[in-house]
Design a protein around this ligand. Structure first.
Ligand SMILES: [Zn+2]
Length: 313
């Protein structure tokens, strides 16, 4: 199987950590195996969370660990000049206009607090679905009319098709936030379409997002190519009992470097977390280990069983 383009898609909301590194290593291994180029595509629209030192950390950490990529910015100034999502705001707006013109979205004035009061802890309870609020009303988000029965199909790596529905927690997912900025679901899907990404590697925690994005791409004629994307959802690297939080200092690469660890020490630490018995002291080692179908499966099983063990404890 040949893929053309995959991507590293970090968000500058914290220092990169071992979980990000695992995702990047897998991406690089699959790119290597399938002859794909890699794009660095930074999700930087959420300006409130993004801090300049986190943006700098992305470049600094990727270079420190020896990663390379063929497309996208090579440094912070190239990012800001040519690649920031801010430059694509008119492109996102086109799709938002299309969704509004075709009545595929509705305005929602609910606060987080109000939504949390409902028992639907897992999704939007549909309070504004039939209110017909004006799209121009202030302090409103735009949500998609999600039809729970509509099938969503997609391709999962290496080549099987899956059929799903919109999960409960993605019912009425947001495409434009109250601050009028495009949501992650919209900008991420549109960016992958814009750059022609055909292989997406992301954690299983983003599986509901994949479904929402596929659903959204079905509503937008300009995004028909997104349906051809192959997705690989990898199990998450666990940090004792929780999903690795970006804010948690001890697993950030930055913190590890401050403790005097070299790139090789960091790859060895990752290898241990993955239950790999072979030598994993460099990116090249990691890539060649992960490119083998056998180890690829072993790592998946190792992470899934450690997750199960934690759930049972
Ligand atoms: Zn509402």
């Amino acid at each position: 199987m040949k893929y053309h383009l995959t991507r590293f898609a970090p968000t500058p909301s914290g220092y990169l950590h071992l979980g990000n590194l695992f995702s990047f290593v897998l991406t690089a291994a699959l790119a290597h195996k399938h002859g794909a180029e890699i794009l660095l595509r930074i999700d930087d629209l959420d300006q409130c969370r993004g801090r300049p030192e986190y943006l700098e950390d992305i470049f600094d950490t990727l270079y420190f660990l020896g990663f390379s990529w063929q497309k996208g910015p090579k440094n912070l100034s190239e990012h800001e000049k040519n690649f920031s999502q801010v430059h694509r705001l008119p492109y996102y707006q086109e799709s938002l206009s299309y969704l509004m013109q075709h009545n595929l979205v509705f305005a929602c004035e609910c606060s987080r607090k109000k939504i949390a009061q409902y028992h639907h802890n897992t999704g939007y309870p549909g309070l504004c679905t039939n209110k017909n609020l004006s799209f121009t009303k202030g302090n409103t988000a735009l949500r998609v009319y999600t039809e729970p029965k509509t099938p969503i199909s997609g391709i999962t790596y290496p080549s099987s098709e899956f059929y799903e529905r919109v999960p409960d927690d993605m019912a009425g997912f947001i495409v434009r936030k109250k601050d009028r900025m495009p949501s992650y679901q919209l900008s991420s899907m549109l960016d992958d379409t814009w750059f022609g990404v055909d292989l997406v590697v992301r954690g299983t925690d983003l599986y509901p997002s994949t479904l929402a994005q596929l659903y959204l791409s079905n509503l937008l004629p300009s995004c028909s190519s997104f349906k051809q994307t192959t997705f690989y959802h990898h199990p998450l690297l666990l940090d004792s009992d929780k999903k690795m939080a970006k804010s948690r200092g001890s697993t950030s690469i930055r913190h590890m470097r401050d403790q005097g660890m070299e790139a090789s020490d960091i790859f060895i630490a990752l290898g241990k977390r993955l239950g790999i018995s072979q030598e994993t002291s460099s990116l090249d080692n990691m890539i060649s280990i992960l490119a083998r179908p056998q180890t690829f499966l072993q790592i998946n099983q190792y992470l899934r069983s450690s997750l199960n063990r934690l759930n049972e404890e």
